[in-house]
Every structure is written in C-alpha cells, then in structure tokens.
Design a protein around this ligand. Structure first.
Ligand code: NAP
Length: 243
C-alpha cells in the first residue's frame, strides 16, 4: 500500500476550507488544516480525527507560517497538496477605503499565498508531484463596488496561478485556481436581505452554492485524474458570471 499523501489546507476552521479539509480526508489524504487561533486549530484536529492535524497559522506573519509549515512536516510529512484557501474581505467604497483595509486584504490574500507556497515547492519538486489549488473569487473577473481591495487580491491569485503553473509544470506539479460565486459561509452571512435577494435573482441556478460543492471541485483537482489540468481558473458560481 502506498503511503497517504499529505494535504495542507489554510483556513480550515470554517466555511469552504472546513469542507475542503473533510473532502480531502475522505479522499484518503492526511490533512493538515489551519486556523488563526489555538482553539480553532484544536477544533480542526478534533473534527478530522487522529490521522490528521489542526494547527495555528497567521498568513500575515512570516514567522507564524514558517513555524506551522515546520510542524506539518515534522508531524505528517511534506505536503504534496496545498490548498491556499484562507482569505478575508474588508469592504469599503474606494473613496472611503483606508490604507489599512487595502494593505490587510492584499497582505492576507496575496502575500500570504507567497509565504505558504514558496517553502512547499521544494518537497513537491523532489517528489515530482504536486497539486496547488488557490481560492480566487468571481469578484476577480466580475468586479464589485466596495471590493476593490478584494478584487485586486483575487486578480493577483489568478495571475500567480498562471505564472507558477508554467514554472513547475515540468516537475509534475499542477497549479490551478477555483473561483466561487456566492457560497453560504460566514463571509456571505453578513449581507443584508435585499442584497441577498438581488444576488440570488442574478444566479442562473437561483441559489447560493454550498461549501461542499466547492470542496468537491477542489478534491477533483487534487486527484490523479486531474493531472492534465494546469494554469486554469475554474469558475463555480451557479451561472452568476459566465466567461
Ligand atoms: P470564512 O468562512 O470567512 O473563513 C475564512 C478562513 O480563513 C477561516 O478559517 C479563517 O480562520 C481563515 N483566516 C482568516 N484570516 C486569516 C489569516 N490572517 N491567516 C490565516 N488564516 C486566516 O471564508 P470562506 O467564505 O470559507 O472563504 C474561503 C475562501 O474562499 C476565501 O479565500 C474566500 O475569498 C474565497 N471565496 C469565498 C466565497 C464565498 O461566497 N464564501 C466566494 C468566493 C471566494 P479563523 O477561523 O481562525 O478566523
């Protein structure tokens, strides 16, 4: 029997990341999932079970990322699957947006990608196998008033995906992005009733998506069957935006 591959999922404490961690565990990976708090990390470990790992990681901190990656490698081994899922919004119209709101979203969503991905490439190259899956958003292409920082950060995710795919393809590493539309999580729970209704009516399938539906797509991209897909951003938005 071949040993189970290790998958690292950032932001696995809730929402889409939690569903991805479960889907990858079900698919036979040994999963390390991260949260920003000790309690969140412990809850992930408990939800996934003994073969897996929950740990603390703050994408805004070089030291926190380095420490977490060291712990994953020591406990489970080098991750050959990386799901860059953790992300934040800090919405505001551009005229009112503070430098802090711009910087925080860019630092977490774009710089965080660099902090986590770079150190894991060596292990994937050595194994001549890797799957890197980055969470973008429909907002990167569609745009949305009040989300210039978030749209810019997710545009960065998609450009990064295409460039890195070209760098590492010859080593058997695929790099793809997944761009969800509106998925029912805490990130979208704060939208008002009117906004929610307007959005729903613009979605061809007439409903918001479930985190488990995004997780199923990510699990496919992590599988051997997806070995000839790279550099793509795959939309999963119920027909909210077609391109
Ligand atoms: P969510 O429910 O708000 O969960 C966010 C996750 O990211 C949590 O696990 C959180 O950890 C973690 N996180 C937040 N700040 C972090 C930081 N500085 N360092 C490390 N981890 C951090 O989000 P979601 O809705 O599941 O979204 C997941 C991904 O999908 C994001 O990249 C998001 O942009 C993208 N997306 C979501 C939707 C949607 O409709 N929900 C649509 C398109 C794209 P804690 O629990 O410890 O705070």
């Amino acid at each position: 029997m071949t040993e189970a591959k290790v998958a690292l999922v950032t932001g696995a404490s809730r929402g889409i990341g939690a569903a991805i961690a479960i889907a990858l565990a079900d698919a036979g990976f040994r999963v390390a999932g991260t949260a920003t708090s000790e309690a969140g990390a412990a809850a992930i470990g408990q939800a996934l079970g003994a073969e897996h790992l929950g740990l603390e990681m703050n994408l805004e901190s070089d030291d926190s990322v380095a420490e977490a990656l060291k712990a994953v490698e020591a406990t489970l081994g080098a991750p050959l699957v990386l799901v860059n899922n953790a992300g934040i919004t800090q919405d505001n119209l551009m005229l009112r947006m503070s430098v802090e709101q711009w910087v925080k979203v860019m630092d977490t969503n774009a710089n965080g990608l660099f902090r986590v991905t770079k150190p894991l490439l060596r292990g994937m190259m050595k194994a001549r196998f890797g799957r890197i899956i980055n969470l973008s958003s429909v907002i990167a292409r569609r745009g949305n008033a009040g989300q210039a920082n978030y749209a810019a950060s997710k545009g960065a995710v998609e450009g990064f995906t295409r460039a890195l795919a070209q760098e590492v393809g010859s080593r058997g590493i695929t790099v793809n992005a997944v761009a969800p539309g509106f998925i029912e999580t805490e990130m979208t729970a704060g939208l008002g009733e009117e906004v929610t209704e307007n959005l729903r009516s613009a979605i061809a399938l007439g409903r918001f998506g479930a985190a488990s539906e995004v997780a199923a797509l990510v699990a496919f991209l992590a599988s051997d069957g997806a070995g000839y897909i790279t550099g793509e951003t795959i939309a999963i938005n119920g027909g909210l935006y077609m391109n």
